[in-house]
Design a protein around this ligand. Structure first.
Ligand code: ADP
Length: 525
């Protein structure tokens, strides 16, 4: 039998394994229930395609993504690997042909959607096949702590465990926090987990802040023109924005197509193909685009708005630079966009309040990402439970502004939060807006009852523009001095705050002005 390395060379034409691949393959071949966590573009497909060729019988790949299945099967055919798919878009003839090649044991791989397992006919068929391995792709959707929980996927797990041929099991994902990992390990009885670094060395992460709608459009147009002939994805939060932006780019002479779930299947397929086959440079899309699309030469991913979670963001930007060549990910960050995501959460159907709260926590992490001055790559690796040195190339690492001491302003904000909490006698803090308004000596409408103007810290940052105070509060949250809790996003102190209040720790921040107080004294607006 060919070894894993020989199969890699002979069938797929690659010289050596990438980080994590061999360990996953060995674990699966040893019969261990294996969980693989590797970044997008890290090479997860080969970790089951190679065992599929080495093991007798058939490997089933359960994937929620139709487009992925089609692409993968086409690619495998090119490599001379017999693979089939069973899906709802097939006509009778196609379905029968796929069935036959499975029953004749010609096909080595079967790709299918989880719902298919639930169909009795299909399940009975599977029980007649010699299935050696079942792969659960995009497995993070099984965890309620993940960013795209799909409870319907759970039923598939039970069915897999009951298959008569008692196949080996492996599960794969690009995005799992430590909590999601632990959840999956328990749920799937995992015996061996392989987690590679989430860092993609060829990806440079940038953030552009404070642009309004027009500013963002201008930025995108200029960027695309400077990168003419290169492939890029622009993610926008709503269908309406996708349509408007596509039109505006096209009017500016840019070769762009739109993509969202509100378009007809036909139009979407065309947009996707135009992009994959380089007939268009740019696709403007909602997050409906991209899962499972294996286009290797995407040079940049720009986010017009803020995604709902760090996991979603990292997955989306991972679509750049799968070929290993230098690529960029740019987030156009405007705090106001958080409202759009909040709206999605508040109006999400069929979700429990607990799940909605979890989404709010995830969104807050994204807000912190926007406010942090830490290396952006490091912020992300820490989020996933890994800590890496500063990358030296993200926009925060390259920020040359001098860090200034803002301890006094920080103390003012923190002590105000303490007083406000005490005045309420409880745990639930007041929100960011009320905090900012009262710091500048204003009582917001509907808050007269709270008597906040009686607090000694009321108006302690009087004369400072609201946006500056909000931005300072955001910074203190991102740096771990303040915490946001509960459905109403109340502010409370985080553990590190005490050291600042006692004067034991300095708070530094890179900014264009020395401190809020100096700016006011200097008479600037
Ligand atoms: P993922 O599913 O983890 O996002 P893929 O499996 O689609 O990533 O792999 C991304 C790209 O890397 C593909 O083009 C694949 O052919 C390539 N690739 C995978 N493993 C290797 C390897 N060992 N050597 C070179 N290229 C590889």
């Amino acid at each position: 039998m060919a070894t894993a390395l020989e199969t890699l060379k002979q069938t797929f034409g690659y010289e050596s394994f990438r980080d994590g691949q061999e360990e996953i393959i060995n674990a699966v071949m040893n019969g261990e229930r294996t969980l693989g966590i590797m970044p997008t573009g890290g090479g997860k497909s080969l970790t089951y395609q190679i065992p599929a060729l080495m093991l007798p019988g058939i490997t089933i790949v359960i994937s929620p993504l139709l487009s992925l299945m089609k692409n993968q099967v086409d690619e495998l055919h090119e490599a001379g690997v017999p693979a089939v798919t069973l899906n709802s878009t097939q006509n009778d003839d196609e379905y029968r042909a796929a069935m036959n090649s499975l029953l004749n044991e010609e096909a080595k791989l079967l790709y299918m959607a989880p719902e298919r397992l639930g169909s009795e006919g299909t399940y009975n068929l599977l029980n007649r096949l010699p299935i050696s391995l079942v792969v659960i792709d995009e497995v993070h959707v099984l965890s309620q702590w993940g960013h795209d929980f799909r409870p319907s996927y759970l039923a598939a797990v039970g069915l897999i465990n009951n298959l008569e041929s008692a196949p080996r099991v492996m599960a794969l994902t690009a995005t799992a926090t430590e909590r999601v990992q632990a959840d999956l390990e328990e749920m799937l009885h995992i015996q061996h987990t392989v987690r590679t670094s989430v860092v993609r060395d060829n990806l440079t992460i940038r953030m552009e802040k404070g642009l309004n709608k027009k500013g963002k459009e201008d930025f995108i147009k200029t960027y695309i023109k400077e990168h003419r002939g290169e492939s890029g994805i622009i993610y926008a939060p709503t269908r309406k924005t996708v349509d408007a932006l596509t039109e505006s780019l096209t009017a500016a002479g840019i070769n762009a197509v739109g993509y969202h779930a509100g378009m007809s299947d036909e139009k979407r397929a065309k947009a996707q193909d135009d992009f994959i086959y380089d007939r268009t440079d740019v696709v403007v899309a909602t997050n409906a685009f991209g899962m499972g699309i294996n286009k290797s030469n995407v040079r940049y991913v720009i986010h017009y708005g803020i995604p709902g979670s760090v996991e979603a963001y990292y997955q989306e930007i991972g679509r750049a630079g799968r070929d290993g060549l230098p690529s960029e990910a740019i987030l156009l960050y405007a705090a106001a966009d958080l409202q759009t995501q909040r709206f999605f959460i508040d109006n999400s159907d069929n979700q429990t309040p607990e799940y909605q709260n979890l989404q709010r926590v995830k969104l807050q992490e994204m807000a912190n990402y926007g406010a942090t001055q830490m290396c952006l790559q490091r912020y992300i690796t820490r989020y996933f439970g890994e800590d890496t040195p500063d990358c030296g190339r993200c926009s925060n690492c390259l920020d040359t502004r001098e860090a200034v001491d803002i301890t006094t302003d920080a103390q003012k904000v923190l002590s105000h939060v303490v007083r406000m909490l005490k005045s309420r006698g409880g745990e639930n803090g007041f929100g960011k807006t009320v905090t900012a308004e009262t710091l500048r000596g204003k009582v917001p409408d509907n808050f007269a009852w709270a008597n906040l103007d009686q607090l000694p810290t009321f108006g302690i940052l009087r004369g400072t523009p609201r946006v500056h105070i909000i931005s300072l509060i955001d910074y203190l949250i991102a740096e771990g001095y303040l915490r946001v809790t509960g459905q109403y996003a109340g502010l409370t102190l985080a553990p590190d705050a005490m050291a600042v209040l006692k004067g034991e720790r300095k708070v530094m921040r890179r900014q264009d002005i020395r401190s809020i107080g100096d700016r006011v004294r200097a008479g600037s607006p």
